[in-house]
Design a protein around this ligand. Structure first.
Ligand SMILES: [Zn+2]
Length: 152
């Protein structure tokens, strides 16, 4: 693992897969920077193109086997998260996919109290900023609540 600084947050990057590990809350701390998130893709380039990581991965933090989660419950983006310490892997290409999902989604997920407060603090003024705030809410929720597990 290699450490990369992005927007003041130390991120752990896997040099083999190009995946980025977010500790609990780190993704949420980037909530103001949704437009800059695609730059993260450039930080982590996999050594092996299209390397599959499927199979059981372990949490680099606490060693727990990771679960697969779907970003925003139903999007095609799958993330590997730790149910114990709430960290998560975001793989190469997934940041772009997550931003695309956020930009596409018209309906916002229901607000958690914490997310509602964060939005109130941001001072929502125009409809445009409401749309942005909704996308931001999704990021906050991903960071503060375990994403509902997708059963199949
Ligand atoms: Zn963990």
């Amino acid at each position: 693992m290699r450490t990369v600084q992005f927007l003041g947050v130390d991120l752990d990057v896997c040099p083999t897969t190009g995946g980025i590990w977010f500790d609990e809350g780190e993704f949420g701390r980037m909530r103001r920077a949704i437009n800059q998130l695609p730059q993260l893709e450039g930080l982590a380039q996999p050594e092996v193109e299209n390397q599959s990581h499927r199979g059981v991965r372990m949490c680099p933090n606490c060693g727990t086997a990771l679960d697969s989660y779907r970003f925003l419950y139903s999007s095609p983006v799958e993330l590997d998260g730790c149910g114990r310490c709430n960290g998560m892997w975001v793989d190469d290409g997934e940041i772009d996919a997550m931003v695309a999902v956020l930009q596409r989604s018209k309906s916002a997920p229901p607000l958690t109290e914490e997310a509602a407060q964060a939005i109130a603090q941001m001072g929502v003024e125009s409809e445009a900023s409401i749309g942005r705030a909704q996308a931001v809410t999704a990021l906050i929720q991903l960071a503060v609540t375990p994403v509902r597990r997708h059963f199949f």
